[in-house]
Write a protein that binds this ligand. Structure first.
Ligand code: ADP
Ligand code: MG
Length: 351
C-alpha cells in the first residue's frame, strides 16, 4: 500500500495531503521524491545523491568532493547538554567525517548559521572557537557562509569541499563477496554518551569519556586518507547512524549481503563499565548506536593482516573486524556466538 502511494506520489497522482513525511522517512524523501527527479540533470563524471559526498571531476587526476550537513537545536542537540565550543567542533567534525569516508582531504569549509536574537555573544564566540580548533587541527580554512536571525532555535549548516585522487576515491558501491567488514575504532561510545547525558550521569570517569565521544567526535581524516591508498580496501563510509542502519547502504549500493558477528563488534572498557553499572544492553549501543563517526570499510580478507600492521605503525591503534560480505540478497545475518539472532526485534524492544 505504502509503495503504491509512493509511486503515485512521484508521478503526481496522489493526494499529497493524505500522506505525512513520517510515513516515508528521511530516506524515502531522498530516494523517492528528491533523487529520481534530478537524475537526468547529472553531467558526465558527476556522481550525486547516495554517497557520503558528491563527486565531480576537477581535472585529469582529481575529483572534487562536497558534503553538507544540517544541525537543528532540539532535534540534533540541546543547548544544556553540549557546550558551545563542542558544538562548533562537532558541526565541522561530522562534515569532515564524510570527506574522510571517501578517502579525501578537506580543502575549504562554509558555515551558515541561524541564531536567535537573545543568544549571548559569548556563546557565539565559544562556538567559533570550537569550529576553529578543528579547522586548525585539519588545516582547513573557512571560506564563507551565511549569518541570519532565527525565531527561537539555533540552526547550523556546514558544507565542506574536498579533493581525492581519482584512483583512490572510496565509495559505498565497491564491496565484494569475501571481503571482511571492519571499523577504525570501538563502536557505541557516542550513543552511550548521549544516554549518560539523558540520564544525568555525568561525573563518573566512564561518563566523562563517553560524553566527550558524543559531543566532540574526532573525524578520521588521516585514517581515511591512509585507507584510500590501498586498492584492496573496497567500500567505505562513516558510521553516523550506527552499523545496523549504515551497513544497509553499503549492501544496497554494492548489491551484496553480509554477516555481522555481534559478539565481535568492538567496544571500549568505558562502554562495558557503563553497561554493567546501569544494566544497559551493550549490543544495542555498539550495533545500533549512531554518531561514532568511525570509518566502516570492507577489505580483501587476505590483505587484512598487513593492513592492520601498517595501520598500527601509523596510528598506534587497532583496526577491528566483525563481519563479512556474502553473495546474494541485500540482507544482514546477525550472529551471536555463531548462532543467528533477530537483532531488529531486540532493538525495537530496546527502543
Ligand atoms: P550522511 O549521513 O553521510 O551525511 P545522509 O544520510 O544525510 O548522508 O544523506 C544521504 C545522501 O542523500 C547523501 O548523498 C546526501 O547528499 C543526499 N541528500 C540528503 N538530503 C538531500 C537533499 N535535501 N537534497 C539532495 N540530496 C540530499
Ligand atoms: Mg556519511
Amino acid at each position: 500500500m505504502l509503495n503504491r502511494n509512493l509511486n503515485a506520489l512521484i508521478s503526481g497522482q496522489t493526494n499529497y495531503k493524505r500522506m505525512k513525511l513520517s510515513q516515508i522517512g528521511e530516506f524515502g524523501i531522498i530516494e523517492k521524491i528528491i533523487e529520481p527527479n534530478f537524475r537526468k540533470l547529472l553531467g558526465e563524471n558527476q556522481f550525486g545523491i547516495g554517497d557520503d559526498c558528491a563527486i565531480m571531476e576537477l581535472d585529469k587526476s582529481l575529483y572534487q568532493i562536497v558534503t553538507t550537513d544540517l544541525l537543528i537545536e532540539n532535534t540534533h542537540f540541546t543547548r544544556d547538554k553540549i557546550s558551545a565550543f563542542d558544538l562548533g567542533f562537532k558541526a565541522l567534525a561530522v562534515n569532515l567525517s564524510d570527506i574522510a569516508s571517501m578517502g579525501g582531504a578537506p580543502v575549504a569549509t562554509f558555515l551558515s548559521v541561524g541564531f536567535p536574537a537573545d543568544l549571548e555573544v559569548s556563546w557565539v564566540q565559544e562556538f567559533m572557537q570550537g569550529y576553529r580548533d578543528l579547522s586548525e587541527k585539519e588545516s582547513v580554512p573557512l571560506l564563507g557562509g551565511d549569518t541570519t536571525k532565527s525565531s527561537s532555535q539555533i540552526v547550523i549548516n556546514v558544507a565542506v569541499i574536498g579533493k581525492v585522487e581519482k584512483g583512490k576515491v572510496k565509495k559505498r558501491c565497491a564491496a565484494k563477496s569475501g571481503d571482511i567488514i571492519c571499523s577504525t575504532n570501538v563502536l557505541g561510545d557516542s550513543a552511550a554518551g548521549l544516554r549518560c547525558l539523558q540520564n544525568n550521569i555525568v561525573d563518573t570517569e566512564y561518563a566523562k569519556h563517553l560524553i566527550k565521544r558524543h559531543n566532540a567526535p574526532v573525524p578520521r581524516v588521516a585514517e581515511g586518507k591512509f585507507l584510500s591508498q590501498f586498492k584492496q580496501v573496497h567500500a567505505m563510509m562513516d558510521i553516523s547512524d550506527g552499523v545496523f542502519s549504515d551497513i544497509k547502504h553499503i549492501l544496497k549500493a554494492s548489491k551484496v549481503g553480509a554477516k555481522i558477528y555481534c559478539d565481535r563488534v568492538p567496544t571500549s572498557l568505558y562502554l562495558k563499565t557503563a553497561c554493567k553499572e546501569n544494566n544497559w544492553n551493550k549490543m544495542a549501543f555498539s550495533i545500533s548506536g549512531g554518531e561514532d563517526y568511525e570509518l566502516l570499510f570492507t577489505v580483501e580478507k587476505e590483505f587484512f593482516p598487513l593492513l592492520k600492521e601498517r595501520f598500527k605503525q601509523e596510528f598506534d591503534r587497532e583496526l577491528f573486524v566483525f563481519g563479512e560480505i556474502i553473495e546474494g540478497e541485500q540482507k544482514v545475518l546477525y550472529l551471536d556466538d555463531e548462532k543467528e539472532i533477530d537483532v531488529e526485534s531486540g532493538f525495537r524492544h530496546f527502543g
